[in-house]
Write a protein that binds this ligand. Structure first.
Ligand code: PLP
Length: 395
């Protein structure tokens, strides 16, 4: 008799990351020899800067290859606090900081130590895929805050307030946003922070794309007087320094939260890779010009992608104000067996060989996410194919 493996119930509460699935599907076609244009990947196409790579090589040569403290070296925690202070005017101490294995890990740790069975977590739509799964895995309940595409998916304190109940424990803000690039303006962010703190709700700000703003200066809500008590920052070096594979993220939070997350991490990953930590110190303390260079390139690409998408009859696209994603509404391409963004994406990949991530992954049904962290040449080729594909559906 075949043995049926009895998996833990909690695993059934999560699903495979859609962005990872798109990458695997595109990869499969490529291995079959098909020329795929990949707009799925959420990672910079720039190499990690040389000074950062050299710091890692020096660390290996110096045999810095053993365990470090669970929450990262003091050297790196100081570098994180100093960079955050210099960039945003905050005043975190190393005891309020921990280093994690990528930003995703900081978010996972937080949910595990903060969210109890039945606790509600407010998540504005569209949202980054992982939030939903890590909240569900912790036993919490996601409460999605609907936003309006016509206003660029913006939301205000008044939008959020009706969703608050006695069970609301956490509000997640990701600005600039993955997948749509929208930005929560500073004054509104402050109003939302006041609402959350008045109602005793913790606010997690995911600052993954904070340095990539097109028309305004970066800021952190944690720089507001007294905000530190109610705010948890999930940070990442992945996009800022083009270090996705190095897996270095961090949390800045009140000490009791950091201590709890550290306890959990001591039994899971232990410390992030020692060598990557040395590279991260160099990233944070060394020259910062690579960020400006990437941002200038992303701006050029954003302008091009949005103009090309808007030129396709029936396609709408809100202008991204940060990050490196466009999130067009492609409902005009429905029909002929396509009735959802999921179907649209599947057919776009199998017939036109362009990989995008369907909106269902982010909580909407009429959009796809296009990552423009790829060359202008690839953007050009892919957008030609998308325009042709949408046109074909409308025949
Ligand atoms: C909004 C957002 N937050 C956090 C992360 C985590 O990145 P990492 O785990 O590579 O630091 C990502 C990565 O795509 C992201 O898009």
């Amino acid at each position: 008799m075949q043995h049926v493996l009895d998996l833990a119930e909690r695993v059934s509460r999560i699903s495979e990351s859609s962005t990872m699935k798109v990458a695997a599907d595109a990869d499969r076609l490529r291995r079959e020899g098909i020329d795929v244009v990949d707009f799925g990947a959420g990672e910079p196409d720039f190499p990690t800067p040389d000074n950062i790579k050299n710091a890692a090589i020096a660390a290996i040569d110096a045999n810095f290859t053993k365990y470090t403290p669970t929450g990262g070296t003091l050297e790196l925690k100081k570098a994180i606090c100093d960079r955050h202070r210099d960039d945003y005017g905050t005043d975190y101490a190393p005891a309020e900081c921990m280093v994690t294995v990528g930003g995703k890990h900081a978010i996972f740790n937080l949910m595990q130590v903060l969210i109890d069975q039945g606790d509600e977590v407010l998540i504005p739509v569209p949202y980054w895929v992982t939030y939903k799964d890590v909240v569900n895995y912790a036993g919490g309940k996601c409460v999605f805050v609907e936003t309006d595409e016509d206003t660029g998916f913006s939301f205000t304190a008044e939008t959020i307030e009706p969703y608050i109940t006695s069970k609301t424990k956490l509000l997640i803000i990701n600005s600039p946003n993955n997948p749509c690039g929208s930005l929560l303006p500073r004054e509104e962010f402050e109003r939302i922070y006041h609402l959350a703190s008045k109602r005793g709700i913790q606010l997690m700000t995911d600052e993954c794309y904070c340095r990539f703003l097109y028309d305004s200066e970066p800021f952190s809500i944690a720089a507001m007087p007294d905000a530190k008590e109610n705010v948890v920052i999930a940070g990442s070096l992945s996009k800022t320094y083009s270090m996705t594979g190095w897996r270095i993220g961090f949390a800045l939070a009140p000490k009791p939260l950091i201590d709890a997350m550290m306890k959990l991490q001591s039994h899971t990953t232990s410390n992030p890779t020692s060598v990557a930590q040395k590279a991260a110190v160099e990233a944070l303390r060394g020259p910062q010009d690579s960020i400006k260079i990437m941002l200038a390139e992303y701006r050029k690409r954003r302008d091009y992608v949005v103009a090309r998408l808007r030129a396709i009859p029936g396609v709408h696209c809100a202008e991204p104000q940060g990050a490196f994603y466009a999130y067009p509404n492609i409902a005009c391409g429905f029909g002929l067996g396509i009735d959802s963004a999921m179907k649209f994406s599947e057919r776009l990949l199998s017939e036109a060989h362009v990989a995008v991530v369907p909106g269902e992954a982010f909580g909407t049904t009429e959009h796809v996410r296009i990552s423009y962290a790829t060359s202008m040449q690839e953007l050009d080729r892919g957008l030609d194919r998308i325009a042709q594909f949408v046109g074909d559906q409308q025949q």
